[in-house]
Ligand binder design. Structure first.
Ligand code: SF4
Ligand code: SF4
Length: 361
């Protein structure tokens, strides 16, 4: 794991400062700290060399190095498969290490203080950090919520304890959402309920927007659906927020709070197999050339830029690999778009075609 909470502010913050100093000044003290090593080695060195770090910080100030603006963030997981964390780690430009350790965008550093799946720390200590950091940065931090929130009982999806009782993550999420500057509903489960909320939904899983409405919380929310979302959709939204402000981002959302820059175009409109659809050249079995509509493609009711952005650093995408689009970014996925490999009936197409082209550039 590439970062670990070792003290207030996290190892990522400390390493970031040290690396920035090394890059700029080539200080021999910093070279000791950034030499290759595991997180534990770094942790040991950081505490051993605390004096050195203080010296570096003072040196940076004296040299008038421009201040890096910190964007504090905490990442909670409810009923989730962790795919949304994996997608973050799969980010190509900026890469995951840049996002966490260096700059998200020029002069901006995303300081993730809590992310259970990717941090080395665990137990009561990291929950204390989560509490202290969010109190310290009340009204300033970004809450990234990944996964849905079960409300049918207190035993589903818990995080830590209070007075000897396990805490439902929905309570923690509501508490943190109330005091955050922005909520990002990361992934389809968080944005709409997703797979955990699929019938018969025994845990009573709801989405983050539903939780906010239920608790009367008015914090702005941006939905980044996808199963999982493309890393660019998340990273690009945070970069836009950091560089241009929340108002700019809010002005570029569709009616279900998705950034139009990524979710503004219908997949069917930009699909390279569209000419096959128009000419009624349909694939009859997997592996055939032609449009995948007869094999269950939900591209005509799905809004995302997968055909042009593509996945895995621009390598390919679902239809390009011969699989129908399943509409993973749409409300009602998976139930309303199932069976996934059956052609969507024409009468259902009309029901879905409500958004239209919303002007993505
Ligand atoms: S493969 Fe899917 S998205 Fe592409 S043209 Fe056919 S129906 Fe539309
Ligand atoms: S092509 Fe469809 S199923 Fe595949 S990632 Fe994009 S929206 Fe999801």
């Amino acid at each position: 794991m590439f970062f670990a909470i070792i003290k207030r502010g996290g190892a990522g913050d400390l390493l970031y400062q040290v690396q920035a100093a090394f890059k700029t000044y080539g200080n021999c003290l910093t070279s000791q700290l950034v030499s290759p090593g595991s997180a534990s080695k770094l942790r040991r060195k950081c505490s051993e060399e605390e004096t050195s770090v203080l010296m570096i910080e003072r040196h940076l100030k004296e040299q008038g190095m421009p201040e890096i603006v910190e964007i504090p963030a905490v990442w909670l997981q409810g009923s989730a498969c962790s795919g949304c964390v994996v997608t973050l780690l799969n980010s190509f430009s900026p890469g995951a290490s840049s996002i966490v350790l260096r700059e998200l965008a020029a002069g901006k550093h995303l300081s993730i203080r809590f992310l259970a799946t990717a941090m080395a720390g665990s137990g009561a200590k990291v929950l204390d950090v989560l509490h202290d950091e969010t109190v310290k940065d009340k009204g300033k931090y970004v809450l990234v919520m990944d996964g849905s929130l079960p409300v049918a009982g207190d035993m589903f999806a818990t995080l830590g304890e209070q007075d000897g009782q396990e805490r439902p993550v929905r309570d923690v999420a509501a508490e943190l959402a109330r005091d955050s500057a922005l909520v990002v509903a990361m992934g389809t489960c968080s944005a709409y309920g997703g797979i955990p909320a699929g019938a018969p939904n025994p845990t009573g899983a709801i989405s983050m927007p539903e939780l906010l409405a239920r608790e009367g919380i008015s914090t702005p929310i941006v939905n980044i659906p996808g199963c999982p979302p493309h890393p660019d959709w998340f990273v690009g939204t945070l970069v836009a927020t950091a560089m241009h402000g929340l108002e700019h981002v809010a002005s570029r959302l569709d009616e279900i709070s998705r950034p139009l820059d990524y979710y503004g175009k219908q997949i069917h409109e930009t699909c390279p197999r569209r000419a096959d659809f128009d000419a009624a050249r349909f694939a009859r079995k997997f592996g055939d050339a032609g449009c995948l509509y007869e094999l269950g493609c939900k591209g005509p009711v799905t809004y995302a830029d997968c055909p042009t952005r593509m996945w895995n650093s621009g390598t390919n995408w679902c239809v390009g690999a011969g699989s129908p689009c399943h509409g993973c970014v749409e409300p009602g996925f998976p139930d309303d778009l199932s069976p996934l490999y059956r052609k969507i009936e024409e009468e259902r197409l009309a029901r879905f075609q409500v958004l239209g082209d919303q002007g993505a550039e």
